[in-house]
Design a protein around this ligand. Sequence first.
Ligand code: IDP
Ligand code: MG
Length: 161
Amino acid sequence: CYSTTSGIPGVRERTLIAVKPDGVQRRLVGQIMQRFEQRGFKLVGLKMLKASDELLSQHYHDLNKKPFYPNLLRYMTSGPVVAMVWEGHNVVRTSRMMVGDTNPAEAHPGTVRGDFSIHISRNVVHASDSVEGAQREIQLWFNRKELMDWDCCDHSNTYQV
Ligand code: IDP
Ligand code: MG
């Protein structure tokens, strides 16, 4: 192992990725996680849970006036979710690209939504859309003790150290 103390700006950026109930039901968790691992991001938090209405109303605070919101709540509480926190340089923006457009009909092949989904009402995965949003969401879904600070031994092959 090399030293992992890196001066690269943003290398500690974190984002919330969640496999939604349709993705869990369809046994896509492993394939989705694999994409983030193989890209080089570091997993720092992981859990399976049934999201509560209370958690979701905070998570989707900007959407509660939308006509689809009741269906969104029903969808997101229909089964377990796998929530994860991934860390790395530019992870928020890169993971939005990896996840693809909100509407799977617009999502490019090669993205999670573009490869695994068809309709906006069942789009498999959540990804935070800004660094500030990610911080807010991570605090909602995870407590401090559930987030791991650990050194990945191949750090020097992912970043210049
Ligand atoms: P995002 O998940 O790509 O960030 P948002 O606009 O934040 O997209 O919407 C959150 C979630 O709400 C979407 O992922 C999708 O599950 C659901 N959603 C958004 N727009 C619609 C819609 O027009 N019909 C049904 N569900 C929608
Ligand atoms: Mg969003």
